[in-house]
Design a protein around this ligand. Structure first.
Ligand code: VG1
Ligand code: CO
Length: 543
């Protein structure tokens, strides 16, 4: 007999979801009642009785044990059925797809995404809605409020379910369906892209390197790229998900995906390179000898999406997060489409996608996706690039070059200053916000401020308002600096400084972004007095 136990608990401070779910150091998550309090708060807000949820994670340390706890709590809270990826594995986009495909009541994803994993690193939990997208702010706020009042949680006294075994299991009165994490997702990709054309390109000798960074996309990449599309064996590297991501930082950018960058800029570089993050929603793409910035990737994908069968009818609109460069806006304007500017975080795209206002969305942080799911999707972006390359029969370098000549170039870079003392970061933003009204008209190193504000967003679908989403300073000539504090870190504060400068062309299209942006970088440092507040004058990570 299985029995439901109510366990007395007390609120634990700080269980406030950030940009994407609740992320903490793994030992914090493994602490007494920590996971349980948060999961019970999720169920208290969304209700579990009689419902069906999807459950999976990126395979990081504690993923397997957390899954068993969540299952026993779901059963105790009266859930009817859980759909779980085999081994408790699901990439974030695959989870989003399963939520939609099975018309479930939502899903729980165990991931701290691009944050490192391991006993001393990070863990995370987020809830996705029945539309497959991350819970909006109103819902995560309610969950947080619940964590501040919680007095008990419910758990089923039972042995764990064998999650290694695909098929139907029973946990108390609840059904647990363990599913292959890859097959439904792979079928979705096959429905969107011209697999025969991509297969023909590989068969003709096209070479690629896909670096899964020992995180969740390995099995997906091997099945889709090597097995279904015929890419050479060994195309996929670091393709086995490991609990500590092999000690790597599973964040696909030029700093953390160094080995891929070296390969792509080396003497015998493949035609195309890509990497993805911990939970598989981010992507970095690289051509032979050329890096594609995420903002440019979004613009190129939007401009060429019609070459893929899933987007042949054209796009309904294009959305980007505010700090993302305006390169995609220029494509939207050329195509006569609406474009939208949202706060950082994929949850803000959900309503636009549901309402049919946007088809393609993107963020500067290596995230691109479309209305096929309600999350950003790393492999989707890689496959759309492959589809475009297969149809155009041109190199990545040529495609980018032509794109810049047609639309102009938005030079772009993000500078991250990590692990800043939180009080110092807060003081810097307080000063910056106080200075905003007086900035207009001021000259910083030859750049004159035309507009400065704290970005606020009114959702065009449900009218909800999100304030304090990043400080923007616009300069004459179309340059821009944006300041934000990260909402995904687990240690101190991280300042994100986003820099942009537009050049129409045809001259000056081939500069190094850091030198093209040098005046904007200097102005940004002066305006926010970064060194005075943080003691830092150089960023830790440049993307
Ligand atoms: C970062 C990125 C943001 C992204 C978020 C989640 O947030 O800037 O664009 O949506 O991570 O991505 P922040 O608050 O640290 O800037 V993931 O792949 O970590 O789910
Ligand atoms: Co991610």
């Amino acid at each position: 007999m299985t029995q439901i136990t109510s366990v007395a608990t007390q609120p634990i401070a700080g269980q406030k979801p950030g940009t994407s779910g609740l992320r903490k150091k793994t030992p914090v998550f493994m602490g007494r009642h920590y996971l349980e309090n948060f999961v019970q708060s999720i169920f208290d807000v969304v209700g579990a009785a009689g419902k069906t949820f999807v459950l999976g994670g990126d395979g990081r340390y504690f993923n397997d044990r957390a899954a068993q706890v969540i299952l026993r709590m779901a059963a105790a809270n009266g859930a009817a059925r859980m759909i779980v990826g085999q081994g408790a594995i699901l990439s974030t986009p695959a989870a989003s797809h399963l939520i939609r495909l099975n018309k479930t009541d939502g899903g729980i994803i165990m991931s701290a995404s691009h944050n490192p994993g391991g006993p001393e690193e990070d863990f995370g939990v987020k809830f996705n809605m029945p539309n497959g997208g991350p819970a909006p702010e109103g819902v995560t706020e309610a969950m947080y409020k619940r964590t501040t009042e919680i007095t008990e949680y419910r758990v089923l006294e039972a042995q764990g379910v064998d999650l290694g075994q695909v098929g139907r299991h029973q946990l108390g009165a609840m059904v647990v369906d363990v599913v292959d994490p890859v097959s439904d997702y792979a079928a979705l990709m096959e429905s969107l892209f011209d697999f025969p054309a991509i297969r023909a390109m590989f068969a003709a000798g096209f070479r690629m390197r896909m670096d899964s960074m020992c995180a969740v996309t390995g099995p997906y990449a091997v099945e889709i790229l090597e097995n279904r599309l015929g890419a050479a064996k060994g195309t996929c590297v670091n393709a086995t998900p490991l609990p500590d991501f092999g000690g790597m930082h599973p964040d696909p950018n030029p700093t953390w995906a160094r080995a891929l960058m070296d390969e792509m800029f080396g003497p015998d570089a493949p035609d195309f390179g890509a990497a993805s993050d911990g939970d598989g929603d981010r992507n970095m793409v690289v051509g032979r000898g050329i890096y594609v910035s995420p903002s440019d990737s979004l613009a190129v994908l939007a401009a060429n999406a019609h070459l893929a069968p899933g987007y042949r009818a054209g796009l309904k609109g294009i959305a980007r997060s505010m700090p993302t460069s305006a390169a995609a806006d220029r494509v939207a304007e050329a195509l006569g489409l609406h474009h939208y500017e949202t706060p950082t975080g994929w949850k803000f795209f959900g309503n636009l996608l549901d309402a049919g206002k946007a088809t393609i969305c993107g963020e500067e942080s290596f995230g691109t996706g479309s209305d096929h799911v309600r999350e950003k999707d790393g492999l989707w972006a890689v496959l759309l690039w492959l589809n475009i390359l297969a149809v155009k029969q041109e190199s990545v370098a040529k495609i980018l070059h032509d794109h810049f000549h047609r639309y102009g170039r938005n030079y772009y870079s993000r500078h991250d200053f990590e692990a800043i003392d939180t009080a110092n970061a807060d003081a810097m933003f307080a000063d910056l916000r106080a200075a905003l009204p007086g900035l207009k008209g001021q000259d910083f190193d030859g750049l004159v401020v035309t507009h400065a504000d704290d970005f606020a967003y009114t959702d065009p679908v449900d009218g909800s308002v999100s304030t304090k989403q990043g400080v923007r300073v616009l300069f004459d000539g179309g340059s821009r600096a944006v300041f934000r504090l990260s909402g995904t870190g687990t240690e101190g504060a991280t300042l994100r400084l986003y820099l942009e400068r537009f050049v129409t062309g045809p001259d000056e299209l081939g500069e190094d972004p850091q030198s093209a942006l040098a005046p904007v970088i200097r102005a940004a440092h002066q305006i926010a007095r970064i060194a005075a507040h943080t003691g830092r004058s150089e960023p830790d990570v440049v993307t």
